[in-house]
Design a protein around this ligand. Structure first.
Ligand code: ASP
Length: 314
Protein backbone atom coordinates (compact mmCIF):
# COMPACT_ATOMS: atom_id res chain seq x y z
CA UNK A 1 0.00 0.00 0.00
CA UNK A 2 1.26 3.50 -0.75
CA UNK A 3 1.09 6.42 1.71
CA UNK A 4 -2.07 7.90 0.20
CA UNK A 5 -4.45 5.26 1.55
CA UNK A 6 -7.73 6.47 2.91
CA UNK A 7 -10.16 4.41 5.00
CA UNK A 8 -13.90 5.01 4.87
CA UNK A 9 -15.75 3.72 7.93
CA UNK A 10 -19.51 3.32 7.47
CA UNK A 11 -21.85 3.92 10.39
CA UNK A 12 -25.20 4.45 8.63
CA UNK A 13 -27.32 7.61 8.47
CA UNK A 14 -29.35 9.16 5.67
CA UNK A 15 -26.34 9.00 3.38
CA UNK A 16 -26.99 5.25 3.48
CA UNK A 17 -30.78 5.66 3.43
CA UNK A 18 -33.32 4.18 1.02
CA UNK A 19 -36.77 5.51 0.11
CA UNK A 20 -39.52 3.77 -1.89
CA UNK A 21 -39.66 6.67 -4.34
CA UNK A 22 -36.82 8.77 -5.81
CA UNK A 23 -38.83 11.93 -5.24
CA UNK A 24 -39.16 11.26 -1.49
CA UNK A 25 -36.43 13.07 0.44
CA UNK A 26 -37.85 12.54 3.93
CA UNK A 27 -39.91 9.32 3.98
CA UNK A 28 -36.92 6.97 3.89
CA UNK A 29 -35.23 4.42 6.13
CA UNK A 30 -31.74 5.47 7.17
CA UNK A 31 -28.77 3.09 7.37
CA UNK A 32 -29.64 0.60 4.59
CA UNK A 33 -26.85 0.89 2.02
CA UNK A 34 -23.40 -0.53 2.78
CA UNK A 35 -20.32 1.65 2.64
CA UNK A 36 -18.92 -0.41 -0.30
CA UNK A 37 -22.04 0.37 -2.31
CA UNK A 38 -21.80 4.08 -1.46
CA UNK A 39 -18.26 4.07 -2.74
CA UNK A 40 -19.20 2.22 -5.92
CA UNK A 41 -21.61 5.04 -6.81
CA UNK A 42 -18.69 7.49 -7.06
CA UNK A 43 -16.32 6.39 -9.85
CA UNK A 44 -14.13 9.46 -9.28
CA UNK A 45 -13.18 8.08 -5.86
CA UNK A 46 -11.87 4.82 -7.26
CA UNK A 47 -9.58 6.81 -9.57
CA UNK A 48 -8.23 8.94 -6.74
CA UNK A 49 -5.97 6.32 -5.10
CA UNK A 50 -6.54 3.47 -2.71
CA UNK A 51 -9.66 3.69 -0.59
CA UNK A 52 -10.35 0.97 1.96
CA UNK A 53 -13.75 0.48 3.55
CA UNK A 54 -15.13 -1.02 6.75
CA UNK A 55 -18.71 -1.17 7.97
CA UNK A 56 -18.37 -0.34 11.66
CA UNK A 57 -22.11 0.08 12.33
CA UNK A 58 -25.35 0.56 10.39
CA UNK A 59 -27.55 2.89 12.45
CA UNK A 60 -29.80 5.89 12.09
CA UNK A 61 -27.69 8.31 14.12
CA UNK A 62 -30.70 9.32 16.21
CA UNK A 63 -30.14 5.88 17.76
CA UNK A 64 -26.41 6.37 18.37
CA UNK A 65 -25.10 4.60 21.46
CA UNK A 66 -21.95 4.77 23.51
CA UNK A 67 -21.21 1.17 22.48
CA UNK A 68 -21.04 2.24 18.81
CA UNK A 69 -18.82 5.18 19.79
CA UNK A 70 -16.44 2.89 21.64
CA UNK A 71 -16.25 0.51 18.67
CA UNK A 72 -15.78 3.41 16.25
CA UNK A 73 -13.04 4.96 18.40
CA UNK A 74 -11.24 1.61 18.51
CA UNK A 75 -11.35 1.22 14.72
CA UNK A 76 -10.29 4.85 14.17
CA UNK A 77 -7.36 4.35 16.59
CA UNK A 78 -6.41 1.15 14.80
CA UNK A 79 -6.24 2.85 11.40
CA UNK A 80 -4.58 6.01 12.75
CA UNK A 81 -1.70 3.84 13.93
CA UNK A 82 -1.05 2.46 10.41
CA UNK A 83 1.77 4.45 8.78
CA UNK A 84 0.32 3.88 5.28
CA UNK A 85 -3.06 5.42 6.16
CA UNK A 86 -3.22 9.14 5.47
CA UNK A 87 -6.68 9.87 6.78
CA UNK A 88 -10.05 8.47 7.78
CA UNK A 89 -13.54 9.31 6.56
CA UNK A 90 -16.62 8.31 8.54
CA UNK A 91 -20.08 8.25 6.96
CA UNK A 92 -22.63 9.22 9.62
CA UNK A 93 -26.15 10.51 10.11
CA UNK A 94 -26.51 14.25 10.53
CA UNK A 95 -28.62 14.07 13.73
CA UNK A 96 -25.85 13.28 16.20
CA UNK A 97 -22.84 13.88 13.96
CA UNK A 98 -21.65 16.77 16.14
CA UNK A 99 -21.64 14.52 19.22
CA UNK A 100 -19.63 11.77 17.54
CA UNK A 101 -17.20 14.34 16.12
CA UNK A 102 -16.72 15.92 19.54
CA UNK A 103 -16.34 12.52 21.24
CA UNK A 104 -13.61 11.41 18.81
CA UNK A 105 -11.74 14.72 19.00
CA UNK A 106 -11.89 14.87 22.81
CA UNK A 107 -10.76 11.26 23.12
CA UNK A 108 -8.19 10.96 20.33
CA UNK A 109 -7.03 14.47 19.26
CA UNK A 110 -5.71 12.74 16.13
CA UNK A 111 -2.60 13.93 14.30
CA UNK A 112 -4.18 12.74 11.02
CA UNK A 113 -7.51 13.91 9.57
CA UNK A 114 -10.69 12.14 10.72
CA UNK A 115 -13.49 13.48 8.53
CA UNK A 116 -17.16 12.85 9.26
CA UNK A 117 -19.54 13.23 6.36
CA UNK A 118 -23.24 12.71 5.81
CA UNK A 119 -26.24 13.59 3.68
CA UNK A 120 -29.63 15.20 4.09
CA UNK A 121 -31.16 13.14 1.28
CA UNK A 122 -31.19 9.35 1.01
CA UNK A 123 -28.99 7.52 -1.48
CA UNK A 124 -32.11 6.79 -3.59
CA UNK A 125 -33.04 10.48 -4.05
CA UNK A 126 -33.42 12.04 -7.48
CA UNK A 127 -30.51 14.31 -6.62
CA UNK A 128 -28.69 12.81 -3.62
CA UNK A 129 -26.16 15.00 -1.79
CA UNK A 130 -24.20 12.10 -0.25
CA UNK A 131 -21.88 11.30 -3.18
CA UNK A 132 -20.54 14.86 -3.44
CA UNK A 133 -20.15 15.08 0.34
CA UNK A 134 -18.21 11.81 0.36
CA UNK A 135 -15.98 12.97 -2.49
CA UNK A 136 -15.32 16.26 -0.65
CA UNK A 137 -14.59 14.41 2.62
CA UNK A 138 -11.98 12.26 0.88
CA UNK A 139 -10.39 15.42 -0.56
CA UNK A 140 -10.09 16.76 3.00
CA UNK A 141 -8.69 13.45 4.30
CA UNK A 142 -6.07 13.55 1.54
CA UNK A 143 -5.07 17.15 2.19
CA UNK A 144 -1.45 17.44 3.34
CA UNK A 145 -1.35 19.07 6.76
CA UNK A 146 -4.96 18.30 7.67
CA UNK A 147 -5.46 16.88 11.16
CA UNK A 148 -8.04 16.49 13.89
CA UNK A 149 -11.71 15.60 13.69
CA UNK A 150 -13.78 17.66 11.27
CA UNK A 151 -17.16 17.44 9.54
CA UNK A 152 -17.63 18.02 5.82
CA UNK A 153 -21.07 18.75 4.41
CA UNK A 154 -22.26 20.87 1.47
CA UNK A 155 -18.70 21.94 0.69
CA UNK A 156 -18.06 23.33 4.19
CA UNK A 157 -15.40 22.06 6.63
CA UNK A 158 -16.38 22.42 10.31
CA UNK A 159 -14.24 21.74 13.38
CA UNK A 160 -15.49 19.13 15.89
CA UNK A 161 -15.76 21.65 18.74
CA UNK A 162 -17.90 24.11 16.78
CA UNK A 163 -20.08 22.09 14.41
CA UNK A 164 -23.78 22.07 15.18
CA UNK A 165 -26.81 20.96 13.18
CA UNK A 166 -28.97 24.06 12.93
CA UNK A 167 -31.44 23.22 10.16
CA UNK A 168 -33.91 20.35 9.84
CA UNK A 169 -34.05 20.14 6.04
CA UNK A 170 -31.51 22.20 4.10
CA UNK A 171 -28.66 20.43 2.32
CA UNK A 172 -26.29 22.67 4.31
CA UNK A 173 -27.69 22.05 7.81
CA UNK A 174 -24.53 22.72 9.86
CA UNK A 175 -23.04 25.84 11.35
CA UNK A 176 -19.80 26.54 13.19
CA UNK A 177 -21.45 29.46 14.98
CA UNK A 178 -19.28 32.41 15.96
CA UNK A 179 -16.06 30.49 15.16
CA UNK A 180 -16.96 30.08 11.49
CA UNK A 181 -15.94 27.12 9.35
CA UNK A 182 -12.37 25.87 8.97
CA UNK A 183 -12.76 26.23 5.23
CA UNK A 184 -14.46 25.10 2.06
CA UNK A 185 -14.00 22.32 -0.49
CA UNK A 186 -14.31 23.63 -4.01
CA UNK A 187 -13.88 21.21 -6.93
CA UNK A 188 -11.65 19.03 -4.79
CA UNK A 189 -9.47 21.95 -3.64
CA UNK A 190 -9.45 23.28 -0.09
CA UNK A 191 -9.81 26.99 0.71
CA UNK A 192 -8.79 27.21 4.35
CA UNK A 193 -9.81 30.05 6.66
CA UNK A 194 -8.43 28.93 10.03
CA UNK A 195 -6.48 26.18 11.76
CA UNK A 196 -7.38 22.51 12.15
CA UNK A 197 -8.56 21.08 15.50
CA UNK A 198 -5.76 20.53 17.98
CA UNK A 199 -3.66 17.39 17.58
CA UNK A 200 -1.94 15.73 20.52
CA UNK A 201 0.89 13.38 19.66
CA UNK A 202 0.36 9.91 21.06
CA UNK A 203 -3.11 10.62 22.52
CA UNK A 204 -4.90 8.30 20.07
CA UNK A 205 -2.54 5.43 20.87
CA UNK A 206 -2.92 5.92 24.63
CA UNK A 207 -6.70 6.22 24.34
CA UNK A 208 -6.88 3.12 22.14
CA UNK A 209 -5.75 1.01 25.11
CA UNK A 210 -8.60 2.22 27.30
CA UNK A 211 -11.31 2.28 24.61
CA UNK A 212 -12.22 -1.38 24.85
CA UNK A 213 -13.39 -0.95 28.46
CA UNK A 214 -15.28 2.29 27.83
CA UNK A 215 -18.65 0.87 26.88
CA UNK A 216 -18.77 -1.32 30.01
CA UNK A 217 -19.88 1.15 32.64
CA UNK A 218 -20.93 4.39 30.98
CA UNK A 219 -21.86 6.98 33.59
CA UNK A 220 -25.43 8.19 33.38
CA UNK A 221 -25.41 11.85 32.34
CA UNK A 222 -28.68 13.51 31.35
CA UNK A 223 -29.56 16.86 29.76
CA UNK A 224 -32.37 18.98 31.13
CA UNK A 225 -33.61 22.38 30.00
CA UNK A 226 -34.61 25.61 31.65
CA UNK A 227 -37.86 27.09 30.39
CA UNK A 228 -40.81 29.14 31.58
CA UNK A 229 -42.38 27.25 34.46
CA UNK A 230 -39.37 24.95 34.98
CA UNK A 231 -39.16 23.27 38.39
CA UNK A 232 -37.01 20.82 40.30
CA UNK A 233 -39.08 17.62 39.97
CA UNK A 234 -37.12 16.28 36.99
CA UNK A 235 -33.83 16.68 38.87
CA UNK A 236 -35.24 14.85 41.89
CA UNK A 237 -36.58 12.05 39.66
CA UNK A 238 -33.21 11.63 37.94
CA UNK A 239 -31.39 11.62 41.26
CA UNK A 240 -33.72 8.88 42.45
CA UNK A 241 -32.65 6.89 39.34
CA UNK A 242 -28.96 7.29 40.21
CA UNK A 243 -27.92 9.96 37.72
CA UNK A 244 -24.20 10.80 38.00
CA UNK A 245 -24.05 13.93 35.88
CA UNK A 246 -26.49 16.61 34.76
CA UNK A 247 -26.07 19.17 32.01
CA UNK A 248 -28.61 21.94 32.19
CA UNK A 249 -29.36 23.87 29.01
CA UNK A 250 -30.03 27.19 30.67
CA UNK A 251 -31.79 30.12 29.10
CA UNK A 252 -29.63 32.95 27.67
CA UNK A 253 -26.35 33.21 29.57
CA UNK A 254 -27.07 29.93 31.37
CA UNK A 255 -29.78 31.41 33.58
CA UNK A 256 -32.03 29.04 35.56
CA UNK A 257 -35.52 29.20 37.07
CA UNK A 258 -34.95 29.57 40.83
CA UNK A 259 -36.74 26.28 41.58
CA UNK A 260 -34.65 24.35 39.04
CA UNK A 261 -31.51 26.04 40.35
CA UNK A 262 -32.34 25.03 43.94
CA UNK A 263 -32.82 21.39 42.88
CA UNK A 264 -29.56 21.42 40.91
CA UNK A 265 -27.65 22.90 43.85
CA UNK A 266 -29.04 20.17 46.08
CA UNK A 267 -27.99 17.51 43.50
CA UNK A 268 -24.54 19.09 43.31
CA UNK A 269 -24.23 18.99 47.11
CA UNK A 270 -25.23 15.31 46.96
CA UNK A 271 -22.30 14.58 44.62
CA UNK A 272 -23.92 14.81 41.16
CA UNK A 273 -21.66 16.65 38.68
CA UNK A 274 -23.69 19.56 37.29
CA UNK A 275 -22.70 21.70 34.27
CA UNK A 276 -24.53 24.78 33.03
CA UNK A 277 -24.72 25.33 29.25
CA UNK A 278 -27.11 27.47 27.22
CA UNK A 279 -30.04 26.49 25.06
CA UNK A 280 -29.13 29.41 22.73
CA UNK A 281 -27.89 28.23 19.33
CA UNK A 282 -24.88 30.56 19.41
CA UNK A 283 -22.63 32.26 21.93
CA UNK A 284 -21.25 30.80 25.15
CA UNK A 285 -22.11 31.04 28.84
CA UNK A 286 -19.97 33.80 30.29
CA UNK A 287 -18.94 33.07 33.89
CA UNK A 288 -19.53 35.57 36.71
CA UNK A 289 -18.07 35.58 40.26
CA UNK A 290 -21.56 34.83 41.63
CA UNK A 291 -21.87 31.49 39.77
CA UNK A 292 -22.73 28.48 41.90
CA UNK A 293 -22.84 25.93 39.06
CA UNK A 294 -19.84 25.69 36.70
CA UNK A 295 -20.43 26.65 33.06
CA UNK A 296 -19.74 24.44 30.03
CA UNK A 297 -16.73 26.48 28.85
CA UNK A 298 -18.32 27.19 25.50
CA UNK A 299 -19.69 23.70 24.85
CA UNK A 300 -23.26 23.18 23.68
CA UNK A 301 -25.44 21.02 25.96
CA UNK A 302 -24.89 17.83 23.92
CA UNK A 303 -21.13 18.34 23.77
CA UNK A 304 -20.96 19.25 27.46
CA UNK A 305 -22.68 15.92 28.13
CA UNK A 306 -20.04 14.01 26.11
CA UNK A 307 -17.30 15.93 27.90
CA UNK A 308 -18.80 15.12 31.31
CA UNK A 309 -19.11 11.42 30.46
CA UNK A 310 -15.43 11.33 29.48
CA UNK A 311 -14.52 13.22 32.64
CA UNK A 312 -16.45 10.76 34.81
CA UNK A 313 -14.89 7.81 32.98
CA UNK A 314 -11.36 9.14 33.45
N1 ASP B 1 -31.90 10.49 11.11
C1 ASP B 1 -30.78 10.55 10.18
C2 ASP B 1 -29.52 10.20 10.95
O1 ASP B 1 -29.07 11.01 11.73
C3 ASP B 1 -30.69 11.91 9.61
C4 ASP B 1 -29.54 12.16 8.69
O2 ASP B 1 -28.63 11.38 8.53
O3 ASP B 1 -29.56 13.23 8.07
O4 ASP B 1 -29.00 9.12 10.79
Amino acid sequence: MHPQNIVILGTGGTIAGRAASASDNIGYTAAQVGVEELLAAIPALAQAGTVLTEQVAQVDSKDMTFAVWAKLAARVSHYLAQPDIQGIVITHGTDTLEETAFFLQALLAPAKPVVLTCAMRPATALVPDGPQNLLDAVAVARHAGAHGVVAVCAGVIHGAADVQKVHTYKLDPFSSGDAGPIGYVEEGQLRLLRSWPQAEAGRAQAAAKSIAGLAGAVPRVEIIMNHAGAGGAIVQALQARGVQGLVVAGTGNGSLHHELQAALLKAQADGVKVIRASRCAAGRVLPTPADTIPDSEGLSPVKARVSLILQLLA
